[in-house]
Design a protein. Sequence first.
Length: 366
Amino acid sequence: MGAAGETFYNVIRRQGITRRSFLKFCSLTAVSLGLGPLAASDIANALETKPRMPVIWMHGLECTCCSESFIRSAHPLVKDAVLSMISLDYDDTIMAAAGQQAEAVLEETRVKYKGQYVLAVEGNAPMNEGGMFCIDGGKPFVEKLRSMADDCMAIIAWGTCASWGCVQAANPNPTRAVPIDKVITNKPIIKVPGCPPIAEVMTGVVTFITTFGKLPELDRQGRPKMFYSQRIHDKCYRRPHFDAGQFVEEWDDEGARKGYCLYKMGCKGPTSYNACSTVRWNGGISFPIQSGHGCFACAEDGFWDRGSTYDHLTTIKHFGIEKNVDQIGMAAAGVAGLTVAAHAAVTAAKRLTRKGDGAAQDNRRG
């Protein structure tokens, strides 16, 4: 889908993009990655001098929702990411070639860019019956995955399927589907979970790797911290209602009309780490909670096996400032009263002890 030897800057200049527009793009990209405007010069330098990174995109057991999300990126536009920033040499879902021609392209890229290409994997690998539940190019997908992983620089596990296993790995898991890191253990893997991941998160990861030639800083689960370091709950615009004890009790009740917290309706925002409440979806327009539906933690490991979507978590503590202020005040007064009474009892006991000791001493003197 393009020559990997060219730089991003050469490609866009040939397309008629001005230097000014290029620098503006670098500034917006730096901000979207949370790097700040000072990183814009680093991004500009990398895109001007480094050749485009070859990428192989493979599909295992999945529904293609990650690809559907990726092509809707607005910052940067996916056309810039695919046609200019990287050299997407193989993706059997969107490439023009098919069949033996596509397989020839795959093998050519593997040999030509050995140790230099990024292997992007969408979906997971079924291990039961020798991997026969997912056949790709006449071979079990797991065999093809291992072969391509041997010569790659790093692996991106797109979506919850590749990162955790998702619905295919849910109980009872008849195909014995496993995430990518259970198959490939000798290569660096960056997990980008979500069902699907946010489009700008996906292109942001690609931009970072292209710019700096390395993986972004990862958390202990292998996810990029720049997008998965905060709970959705922490930046949710309904958070004040949670703190105030104001909840939607039934769909379309008065609380729902007022935009109260959806926690009691099953929202998993307090335990889900993702960028939904900051980056949002569809070019930053909205996200599920803003649209009136609770988060069901699609980016978390094993979310399909954690009960109903609409069961709320009973272990989350909340203060409830407005609803419980009187009760909290009374409880505090009660605790204070008990403390005073206990202190008085201890003081009285000490006085009686001292009086008893004094009387005993008088008796001994007599």
